[in-house]
Ligand binder design. Structure first.
Ligand code: F6R
Length: 242
């Protein structure tokens, strides 16, 4: 695990963007794993800038998002479909049919999970998977206790995760209770993983990610077993790491 320490959120986004630009220029048909949440927003803004400056193009890129709430349709501003269009896809040249976000609106969610796995396999697996970090160690929506051998599946969201995400909803009651997420094994099959963390509220989780025991009780700890992981974290997020 390579740890890159940066001063703040802005520098984290800057550094992450430089890694993306490098990979986009070097891979013929990049397959990107993408995330939502507050963490990658700055990175996405910078990626849009890079494309506007003609430094990169996403025309040959295929993307797969980590997760989506069950029960929110794509036009709901709290859905991850909406987030991705709003923050990235609508502003870059990636063809819509090359973007994938799990569909939490289908009646047969189990089939959607299998199909999602199949689409990732057909694309030749993910070249660079972006991850944020949950305060409870979740990656994607793989909550503590999720099997390390899980594939794309339906999850019951942890109370702490629903609370953390309640800021985007009118009230906690409207935060969905279920989500569809890539599994931990699916994530671990990515050829390279880039995890971003910013802010003091992530400090404990970052400490466990780097120094903690590898355990299903702290899903992100599995990343210690992947041989191509870069963590970019700011000083506040690294404040508990010696
Ligand atoms: C989002 C995702 C989540 C977030 C995590 C951190 O697609 O999979 O695991 O990365 O909850 O969220 P933020 O970035 O909002 O702190």
């Amino acid at each position: 695990m390579e740890i890159i320490k940066v001063a703040n959120y802005e520098e984290m986004s800057e550094k992450a963007c430089s890694i993306y630009v490098e990979r986009l220029l070097n891979l013929k048909n990049p397959v990107l794993g993408l995330a939502t949440g507050s963490t990658p927003e700055g990175l996405y803004k910078k990626m849009i800038e890079k494309q506007n400056q003609n430094e990169v193009s996403f025309k040959n890129t295929i993307s797969f998002n980590l997760d989506e709430y069950v029960g929110l349709d794509a036009s709901n501003p709290n859905s991850y479909h909406y987030f991705m269009k709003d923050k990235l896809f609508n502003h870059i040249d990636i063809p819509a049919e090359q973007t994938h976000v799990p569909n939490g609106e289908v009646s047969d969610t189990e089939k959607e999970c299998r199909d999602y796995e199949e689409r990732i396999r057909e694309a030749g697996h993910i070249d660079l998977q972006l991850l944020g970090l949950g305060v409870n160690g979740h990656i994607g929506f793989n909550e503590p206790g999720t099997s390390f051998s899980s594939r794309t599946h339906i999850v019951e969201l942890d109370e702490s995760t629903r609370n953390a995400n309640a800021r985007f909803f009118p009230s906690i009651d409207e935060v969905p209770t279920k989500a569809i997420t890539m599994g931990i094994e699916t994530i671990m099959e990515s050829k390279e993983i880039l995890l971003l963390a910013s802010g003091e509220n992530k400090a404990e989780a970052v400490e466990r990610l780097i120094n903690g025991e590898v355990s299903e009780e702290f899903p992100a700890s599995i990343l210690q077993n992947h041989d191509n992981v870069i963590v970019i974290a700011d000083e506040a997020a690294l404040s508990k790491v010696n």
